[in-house]
Design a protein around this ligand. Structure first.
Ligand SMILES: Nc1ncnc2c1ncn2[C@@H]1O[C@H](COP(=O)(O)OP(=O)(O)OP(=O)(O)O)[C@@H](O)[C@H]1O
Ligand SMILES: [Mg+2]
Length: 149
C-alpha cells in the first residue's frame, strides 16, 4: 500500500494523466472515497491521459458510460448498486481490451477480478487529498511503481 498526500487539484490531475498514459488493455482502476472526494475528477484526468476527447462526467444515472480514446474507456459508477441488484452484465466490459474505471467499486466487490488497482481518496480539506493506492497483482504493482516514479 502506498500513501500520497496531494496538495492541489492540479496534482490530482497530473497523477490521473500519468496513469492514463500508462494504461494497458483490460486495466482496471477501482476508486473509493466519499461524495466529492475527487473520484470523477481523477477519472477525467485518466481519460485525458487516454486521449479521450469527449467530456467525462459522472455516470451515476446510467451506471456505465463508454468513451473512445487510445483504448475504449468504460466508466462505471456503482454508487447505486449492491450485490442484490444483479449487475453481472458489467463483467462483460472487464475483458474487452479497454480501460475500466469503477467509482464505488466496493459495492460490486463480488464482481471484481483478482487483479486491479484500488485507489481510495480522502478529502483533507480545500484541495488537499490523501490517496491510498493498493495494487492487487504483479501487473498492478508494476503500474503503481511506475506511476509513483
Ligand atoms: N486535489 C483535488 N483532487 C480532486 N478533486 C478536487 C481537489 N481539490 C478540489 N477538488 C474538487 O473536489 C470536487 C470533487 O468532485 P468529484 O465529482 O470528482 O468527486 P466524486 O468523488 O466523484 O464524488 P461523487 O461520489 O459524488 O461522484 C471537484 O469539485 C473538484 O474540483
Ligand atoms: Mg463521481
Amino acid at each position: 500500500m502506498e500513501e500520497l498526500v496531494i496538495k492541489s487539484l492540479e496534482e490530482t490531475k497530473a497523477l490521473g494523466l500519468k496513469l492514463g498514459k500508462l494504461a494497458f488493455p483490460n486495466m482496471m482502476i477501482v476508486l473509493e472515497g466519499d461524495l466529492g472526494a475527487g473520484k470523477t475528477t481523477f477519472s477525467q484526468a485518466i481519460a485525458l491521459g487516454l486521449d479521450v476527447k469527449e467530456i467525462v462526467n459522472s455516470p451515476t444515472f446510467v451506471i456505465m458510460k463508454t468513451y473512445q480514446g487510445r483504448l475504449p474507456l468504460y466508466h462505471i459508477d456503482a454508487y447505486r448498486l449492491s450485490k442484490s441488484s444483479e449487475d453481472e452484465y458489467l463483467e462483460e466490459y472487464f475483458d474487452q481490451g479497454g480501460v475500466v474505471i469503477i467509482e464505488w467499486g466496493k459495492n460490486i466487490e463480488y464482481l471484481l477480478p483478482k487483479e486491479y488497482l484500488l485507489i481510495s481518496i480522502k478529502d483533507l480539506g480545500l484541495e488537499k487529498r490523501k490517496f491510498e493506492l493498493i495494487a492487487f497483482g504483479k501487473k498492478y504493482q508494476e503500474l503503481l511503481d511506475e506511476v509513483l516514479k
